[in-house]
Design a protein around this ligand. Structure first.
Ligand code: AMP
Length: 407
């Protein structure tokens, strides 16, 4: 095993390419079949090497409002306090009053900004005043939809509003039963919600409030047509919010089609790629990649690691190999059932396993704090995949580490 010589020469390169890419030029829809995706990685090795720049002292945001200022329903406010939110985050401070006034909102904000509560609180409040309407929340991944539902349930304690989660990979009949109860909130992924509408099991007529969360990721995953289909099925008189970490042409087109005279609120944090130490690990001829991985995982600091592989089969095989070497790991990929994925993710989140082995697509929904390392056991196919992978570490102001195996 050999780490590359120090990387300073390339320091800026990775970051600049990322910004270039995030403007949307070289993005490739993720639903394309494998034969239309490159078969080999074409990413220059220099892109895998970078040191984080010194953290910039961000100015503390002074919220204009307290939660009490928003005039939320009393029990709802109590639930916010019970959840331990003492003051609004910037997106909440700015978006909640706008949504409460009935206007559409475009939020340019990434995960970790508190955007979920920014759209949930005003919409819950609205439905408490008039329960004769529904809220549809669309998220790009099952995991994100689940996280939204968890937050929603915490806000709905002792309140008379019902929810249904409509995501792929879970029993559709149970979801159909839940929809029969006429829930006020439906949270789902576009594919499953479309399926339920086509089966006439989800009637959208009363769903006049819509949230599209993480639109850029939805477009990356290839949900553009499903989103357009859903928009066409929703009541024309609607109150809408759209959130996206970036506003490229694709997201802007959806915004124009979907929202009326929206107020745009931008609270983007600095790109997390800046907070990640990135390096390569060269696998020498004759060296076994799994041995190299094990050596790393036996080091104490590798305590919460996501290992990326390219194929589901490869991940399964690696899981067995690591298990045979007495390493405590779990795996997550598209062939696992939703409940198996949920269990693996929870084991990882709660520290019962040291490493989570994952493929690219499912990894987009992983939102776990304190990931110490991302290891690219197989090189990603595109630079976009690389950025998404390494973005699982280096969060919340911490410096993460990303290592890419090169042979
Ligand atoms: P989100 O960006 O909505 O995924 O939220 C990121 C994290 O911040 C979640 O763990 C939330 O529970 C938490 N959070 C959201 N709003 C607040 C707040 N006002 N005060 C403290 N934590 C918050």
């Amino acid at each position: 095993m050999r780490f590359s010589p120090r990387y300073l020469v390339f320091k800026k390169q990775g970051i600049m390419s990322y910004q270039f890419n995030r403007r949307g030029r070289s993005f490739r829809p993720r639903h394309q079949s494998n034969n239309r995706r490159p078969q080999r990685s074409s990413i220059p090795r220099s892109h895998y090497v970078s040191t984080p720049v010194a953290p910039i002292q961000e100015e503390a945001y002074l919220a204009v409002n307290t939660f009490a200022d928003f005039g939320l329903h009393e029990q709802l406010l109590a639930n916010v306090m019970r959840r331990g939110y003492s003051k609004p985050t910037p997106i909440q401070d700015q978006a909640i009053p706008v949504l409460m006034s009935g206007k559409d909102v475009v939020g340019i904000a990434n995960t970790g900004t508190g955007k979920t509560a920014a759209f949930l609180l005003p919409l819950i409040d609205k439905l408490l005043k008039d329960p004769n309407q529904g809220v549809l929340i669309l998220a790009p991944t099952r995991e994100l939809a689940l996280q939204i539902q968890e937050e929603l349930k915490a806000f709905l304690i002792d309140l008379p509003l019902g929810t249904a989660l409509c995501i792929g990979g879970m029993n559709i009949n149970r979801q159909i039963l839940r929809l029969k109860d006429k829930p006020h909130f439906v949270i789902g992924t576009p594919g499953r919600v479309k399926d339920l509408i086509n089966r006439h099991k989800f009637k959208t007529a009363l769903f006049t409030n819509i949230v599209l969360d993480e639109v850029d990721r939805m477009l990356d995953i290839g949900f553009r047509h499903d989103i357009l289909f859903l928009i066409s099925k929703l009541p024309p008189q609607r109150h809408a919010a759209l959130f996206s970490a970036t506003m490229d042409r694709g997201a802007e087109a959806i915004m124009k089609q979907f929202l009326k005279d929206p107020v745009t609120i931008s609270v983007k944090k600095r790109e997390s790629a800046l907070q990640i130490y990135q390096d390569i690990v060269t696998i020498k001829p004759g060296e076994n990649k799994v041995d190299v991985l094990c050596k790393l995982l036996f080091q104490k600091e590798f305590n919460k690691v996501i290992v990326f592989g390219r194929t589901k089969r490869g991940i399964n095989k690696l899981e067995k190999q690591l298990y045979d070497r007495r390493l405590n790991v779990s795996a997550i990929h598209g062939n696992k059932t939703q409940s198996a994925r949920k269990r693996s993710l929870l084991d990882f989140k709660q520290g019962r396993v040291q490493a989570l082995l994952a493929t690219d697509v499912v990894a987009r929904g992983i939102d776990v704090d304190d990931v110490s390392h991302v290891i690219n056991f197989d090189e990603p196919l595109t630079y976009e995949d690389y950025i998404h992978r390494i973005g699982r570490t280096g969060r919340a102001g911490k410096v993460g580490k990303a290592l890419t195996f090169i042979s």
